[in-house]
Design a protein around this ligand. Structure first.
Ligand SMILES: [Zn+2]
Length: 289
Protein backbone atom coordinates (compact mmCIF):
# COMPACT_ATOMS: atom_id res chain seq x y z
CA UNK A 1 0.00 0.00 0.00
CA UNK A 2 2.75 2.32 0.94
CA UNK A 3 4.57 1.77 -2.35
CA UNK A 4 1.39 2.31 -4.32
CA UNK A 5 0.66 5.59 -2.57
CA UNK A 6 4.22 6.77 -3.27
CA UNK A 7 3.70 5.93 -6.96
CA UNK A 8 0.38 7.81 -6.98
CA UNK A 9 1.95 10.84 -5.42
CA UNK A 10 4.81 10.68 -7.95
CA UNK A 11 2.36 10.48 -10.81
CA UNK A 12 0.58 13.65 -9.62
CA UNK A 13 3.92 15.40 -9.15
CA UNK A 14 4.98 14.45 -12.68
CA UNK A 15 1.86 16.03 -14.11
CA UNK A 16 2.41 19.19 -12.05
CA UNK A 17 6.15 19.61 -12.57
CA UNK A 18 7.59 17.95 -15.66
CA UNK A 19 8.35 20.32 -18.49
CA UNK A 20 7.77 23.38 -16.26
CA UNK A 21 10.22 26.16 -15.51
CA UNK A 22 10.92 26.46 -11.80
CA UNK A 23 10.00 29.91 -10.49
CA UNK A 24 10.58 29.43 -6.78
CA UNK A 25 12.71 27.20 -4.55
CA UNK A 26 13.03 27.13 -0.79
CA UNK A 27 14.84 24.66 1.44
CA UNK A 28 14.77 24.64 5.22
CA UNK A 29 17.96 22.61 5.41
CA UNK A 30 21.22 23.51 3.74
CA UNK A 31 21.95 21.75 0.46
CA UNK A 32 25.23 21.32 -1.40
CA UNK A 33 23.72 22.80 -4.58
CA UNK A 34 20.40 24.54 -5.12
CA UNK A 35 18.36 24.11 -8.30
CA UNK A 36 18.47 27.32 -10.31
CA UNK A 37 15.41 29.49 -10.85
CA UNK A 38 14.37 29.37 -14.52
CA UNK A 39 15.66 25.84 -15.11
CA UNK A 40 13.21 23.29 -16.50
CA UNK A 41 12.15 20.29 -14.42
CA UNK A 42 12.77 17.33 -16.63
CA UNK A 43 12.18 14.05 -14.85
CA UNK A 44 10.94 12.49 -11.65
CA UNK A 45 12.03 9.05 -10.52
CA UNK A 46 10.79 6.89 -7.67
CA UNK A 47 12.34 3.87 -6.08
CA UNK A 48 10.81 2.47 -2.90
CA UNK A 49 10.55 5.51 -0.59
CA UNK A 50 13.05 7.63 -2.45
CA UNK A 51 11.92 10.29 -4.88
CA UNK A 52 14.28 12.16 -7.18
CA UNK A 53 13.52 15.32 -9.12
CA UNK A 54 15.88 16.09 -12.02
CA UNK A 55 16.38 19.50 -13.67
CA UNK A 56 17.54 20.05 -17.23
CA UNK A 57 21.05 21.01 -16.07
CA UNK A 58 21.44 17.58 -14.46
CA UNK A 59 20.79 18.69 -10.90
CA UNK A 60 19.17 15.95 -8.87
CA UNK A 61 17.21 16.56 -5.67
CA UNK A 62 16.86 13.31 -3.78
CA UNK A 63 14.41 12.88 -0.93
CA UNK A 64 14.14 9.73 1.13
CA UNK A 65 10.73 9.84 2.71
CA UNK A 66 9.91 8.71 6.25
CA UNK A 67 6.77 6.67 6.88
CA UNK A 68 4.74 9.83 7.37
CA UNK A 69 6.62 11.82 4.76
CA UNK A 70 4.80 13.36 1.83
CA UNK A 71 5.03 15.57 -1.21
CA UNK A 72 1.89 17.66 -1.57
CA UNK A 73 0.62 19.89 -4.33
CA UNK A 74 -0.94 23.30 -3.66
CA UNK A 75 -2.60 25.48 -6.27
CA UNK A 76 -2.28 29.24 -6.15
CA UNK A 77 -4.41 30.71 -3.35
CA UNK A 78 -4.88 27.34 -1.65
CA UNK A 79 -4.06 27.34 2.08
CA UNK A 80 -1.29 25.08 3.24
CA UNK A 81 -2.34 24.98 6.88
CA UNK A 82 -0.19 22.67 8.96
CA UNK A 83 2.32 22.05 6.15
CA UNK A 84 3.80 25.51 6.74
CA UNK A 85 5.39 24.44 10.01
CA UNK A 86 6.74 21.12 8.77
CA UNK A 87 7.66 21.98 5.17
CA UNK A 88 11.27 21.11 4.34
CA UNK A 89 11.26 21.96 0.63
CA UNK A 90 9.12 24.07 -1.64
CA UNK A 91 9.26 24.07 -5.43
CA UNK A 92 7.13 26.62 -7.25
CA UNK A 93 6.13 26.47 -10.92
CA UNK A 94 3.40 28.35 -12.71
CA UNK A 95 0.44 28.64 -10.26
CA UNK A 96 1.49 25.50 -8.36
CA UNK A 97 3.69 24.85 -5.36
CA UNK A 98 4.81 21.41 -4.29
CA UNK A 99 5.87 20.94 -0.70
CA UNK A 100 7.91 18.17 0.90
CA UNK A 101 7.50 17.27 4.57
CA UNK A 102 8.73 14.34 6.63
CA UNK A 103 11.78 13.45 4.55
CA UNK A 104 14.45 11.65 6.55
CA UNK A 105 17.22 12.44 4.07
CA UNK A 106 17.54 15.27 1.56
CA UNK A 107 20.50 15.71 -0.76
CA UNK A 108 21.26 17.43 -4.02
CA UNK A 109 23.98 16.81 -6.58
CA UNK A 110 24.73 16.92 -10.29
CA UNK A 111 24.03 13.48 -11.73
CA UNK A 112 26.89 13.79 -14.16
CA UNK A 113 29.46 14.22 -11.43
CA UNK A 114 28.29 11.49 -9.14
CA UNK A 115 27.75 8.74 -11.68
CA UNK A 116 30.74 9.19 -13.86
CA UNK A 117 33.34 11.00 -11.87
CA UNK A 118 33.36 10.11 -8.20
CA UNK A 119 36.84 11.64 -8.06
CA UNK A 120 35.87 14.77 -9.85
CA UNK A 121 38.17 16.36 -12.38
CA UNK A 122 38.37 20.14 -12.56
CA UNK A 123 35.35 21.91 -13.94
CA UNK A 124 35.63 23.64 -17.30
CA UNK A 125 35.21 27.37 -18.03
CA UNK A 126 31.75 28.85 -17.46
CA UNK A 127 30.09 29.83 -20.75
CA UNK A 128 27.82 32.22 -18.87
CA UNK A 129 30.86 34.35 -18.03
CA UNK A 130 31.18 37.23 -20.53
CA UNK A 131 34.99 37.02 -20.32
CA UNK A 132 35.22 33.29 -20.93
CA UNK A 133 38.13 32.18 -23.12
CA UNK A 134 36.35 30.60 -26.09
CA UNK A 135 39.56 29.19 -27.61
CA UNK A 136 40.21 27.28 -24.43
CA UNK A 137 36.67 25.85 -24.59
CA UNK A 138 37.21 24.76 -28.21
CA UNK A 139 40.50 23.06 -27.29
CA UNK A 140 38.85 21.23 -24.39
CA UNK A 141 36.13 19.96 -26.71
CA UNK A 142 38.66 18.82 -29.32
CA UNK A 143 40.90 17.15 -26.78
CA UNK A 144 38.15 15.17 -25.09
CA UNK A 145 39.54 12.15 -23.23
CA UNK A 146 37.32 9.56 -24.95
CA UNK A 147 37.31 10.07 -28.73
CA UNK A 148 34.37 7.66 -29.14
CA UNK A 149 32.07 9.64 -26.85
CA UNK A 150 29.07 11.25 -28.56
CA UNK A 151 28.88 15.02 -28.91
CA UNK A 152 25.47 14.92 -27.16
CA UNK A 153 27.10 13.44 -24.07
CA UNK A 154 30.23 15.62 -24.16
CA UNK A 155 28.18 18.84 -24.20
CA UNK A 156 26.84 17.93 -20.74
CA UNK A 157 30.30 17.13 -19.35
CA UNK A 158 30.89 20.03 -17.00
CA UNK A 159 34.65 19.41 -17.12
CA UNK A 160 34.68 20.58 -20.75
CA UNK A 161 32.53 23.67 -20.34
CA UNK A 162 29.96 24.66 -17.75
CA UNK A 163 26.51 26.07 -18.32
CA UNK A 164 24.99 23.92 -21.07
CA UNK A 165 21.84 22.27 -19.77
CA UNK A 166 19.76 19.72 -21.60
CA UNK A 167 17.46 22.26 -23.28
CA UNK A 168 20.43 24.13 -24.73
CA UNK A 169 22.23 20.92 -25.67
CA UNK A 170 19.34 19.81 -27.89
CA UNK A 171 18.95 23.27 -29.43
CA UNK A 172 22.67 23.74 -30.14
CA UNK A 173 22.94 20.36 -31.87
CA UNK A 174 19.93 21.24 -34.01
CA UNK A 175 21.31 24.69 -34.88
CA UNK A 176 24.61 23.07 -35.99
CA UNK A 177 22.73 20.32 -37.90
CA UNK A 178 24.80 17.80 -36.00
CA UNK A 179 23.76 14.24 -35.42
CA UNK A 180 23.61 13.79 -31.63
CA UNK A 181 25.54 10.50 -31.88
CA UNK A 182 28.41 12.04 -33.81
CA UNK A 183 31.68 11.01 -32.21
CA UNK A 184 33.41 13.98 -30.67
CA UNK A 185 36.62 13.01 -32.49
CA UNK A 186 34.86 13.32 -35.87
CA UNK A 187 34.35 17.08 -35.38
CA UNK A 188 36.71 19.56 -37.00
CA UNK A 189 38.05 22.67 -35.25
CA UNK A 190 35.51 24.71 -37.24
CA UNK A 191 32.69 22.50 -35.98
CA UNK A 192 33.86 22.91 -32.39
CA UNK A 193 34.22 26.67 -32.82
CA UNK A 194 30.68 26.87 -34.18
CA UNK A 195 29.29 24.88 -31.24
CA UNK A 196 31.13 26.90 -28.61
CA UNK A 197 30.40 30.35 -30.05
CA UNK A 198 26.76 29.47 -30.53
CA UNK A 199 26.49 28.07 -27.00
CA UNK A 200 28.19 31.12 -25.46
CA UNK A 201 25.96 33.46 -27.50
CA UNK A 202 22.74 31.76 -26.43
CA UNK A 203 23.72 31.33 -22.79
CA UNK A 204 24.93 34.91 -22.37
CA UNK A 205 22.14 36.73 -24.19
CA UNK A 206 19.06 34.57 -24.18
CA UNK A 207 19.42 32.07 -21.36
CA UNK A 208 15.72 31.41 -20.86
CA UNK A 209 14.46 30.29 -24.23
CA UNK A 210 10.68 30.52 -24.50
CA UNK A 211 8.74 27.55 -25.84
CA UNK A 212 8.16 29.43 -29.10
CA UNK A 213 11.92 29.88 -29.54
CA UNK A 214 12.70 26.19 -29.13
CA UNK A 215 13.30 24.25 -32.33
CA UNK A 216 13.34 20.68 -31.02
CA UNK A 217 13.22 20.48 -27.20
CA UNK A 218 9.75 19.29 -26.15
CA UNK A 219 8.60 19.16 -29.79
CA UNK A 220 8.52 15.39 -30.29
CA UNK A 221 6.23 14.32 -33.09
CA UNK A 222 6.10 17.84 -34.50
CA UNK A 223 7.51 19.05 -37.80
CA UNK A 224 11.00 20.52 -37.91
CA UNK A 225 10.83 24.21 -38.80
CA UNK A 226 13.92 23.90 -41.03
CA UNK A 227 13.22 20.79 -43.10
CA UNK A 228 9.65 19.68 -42.31
CA UNK A 229 10.98 16.34 -40.99
CA UNK A 230 9.87 14.84 -37.72
CA UNK A 231 11.35 15.73 -34.35
CA UNK A 232 12.10 12.61 -32.32
CA UNK A 233 12.97 11.92 -28.71
CA UNK A 234 15.00 9.25 -26.98
CA UNK A 235 17.04 8.78 -23.84
CA UNK A 236 20.77 8.96 -24.17
CA UNK A 237 23.99 8.64 -22.23
CA UNK A 238 24.91 7.36 -18.81
CA UNK A 239 22.61 9.79 -17.06
CA UNK A 240 19.82 8.70 -19.45
CA UNK A 241 18.65 12.25 -20.17
CA UNK A 242 15.93 12.96 -22.72
CA UNK A 243 17.28 14.03 -26.08
CA UNK A 244 15.29 15.64 -28.90
CA UNK A 245 16.54 15.90 -32.48
CA UNK A 246 15.35 16.08 -36.08
CA UNK A 247 16.17 12.81 -37.82
CA UNK A 248 15.98 14.39 -41.26
CA UNK A 249 18.28 17.39 -41.09
CA UNK A 250 20.61 16.67 -38.15
CA UNK A 251 22.77 14.37 -40.17
CA UNK A 252 26.23 15.95 -40.09
CA UNK A 253 28.87 13.48 -38.86
CA UNK A 254 26.32 10.69 -38.53
CA UNK A 255 28.02 7.62 -37.09
CA UNK A 256 26.36 4.72 -38.89
CA UNK A 257 27.70 2.21 -36.37
CA UNK A 258 25.79 3.75 -33.51
CA UNK A 259 22.42 4.16 -35.21
CA UNK A 260 21.33 0.68 -34.15
CA UNK A 261 21.59 1.79 -30.52
CA UNK A 262 18.91 4.45 -30.84
CA UNK A 263 15.98 3.32 -28.75
CA UNK A 264 12.74 4.79 -29.89
CA UNK A 265 10.89 6.40 -27.00
CA UNK A 266 8.60 8.53 -29.08
CA UNK A 267 5.84 9.61 -26.74
CA UNK A 268 2.32 10.45 -27.85
CA UNK A 269 1.79 14.18 -28.26
CA UNK A 270 0.91 16.08 -25.08
CA UNK A 271 2.69 13.52 -22.91
CA UNK A 272 6.18 14.38 -21.80
CA UNK A 273 8.59 11.61 -22.87
CA UNK A 274 9.87 11.22 -19.32
CA UNK A 275 6.38 10.34 -18.21
CA UNK A 276 5.85 8.13 -21.25
CA UNK A 277 9.00 6.21 -20.43
CA UNK A 278 7.81 5.80 -16.87
CA UNK A 279 4.43 4.50 -18.04
CA UNK A 280 6.05 2.01 -20.44
CA UNK A 281 8.30 0.79 -17.60
CA UNK A 282 5.23 0.12 -15.48
CA UNK A 283 3.70 -1.86 -18.36
CA UNK A 284 6.92 -3.91 -18.63
CA UNK A 285 6.91 -4.64 -14.89
CA UNK A 286 3.28 -5.72 -15.05
CA UNK A 287 4.03 -8.06 -17.95
CA UNK A 288 6.94 -9.69 -16.20
CA UNK A 289 5.02 -10.36 -12.95
ZN1 LIG B 1 14.88 19.07 -39.66
Amino acid sequence: MLFKSMQRSASALRTALIGQKMLKFKARESLVVHPKIGRTIEELRVENRTLEIIWDDGLVLKTKMGLKGSWRIFHEGESWGAEKRTAQLLIGVNEISVVCSGAIEIESYHDFDLRRHPILGRLGPDLLDQNVNLDECVSRLMGYENPDETIAEVLLDQRVVRGIGNVHRCEILWACELHPWAKVSSLSRDDCQEIISLAAGVLQTNFELSTAELAVYGKHGKSCSRCGGQVRVTHHGEANRVLYWCVDCQVRHTDVNSLGNVINHDAPRRIHPAEHLYLSEIAKIKKSV
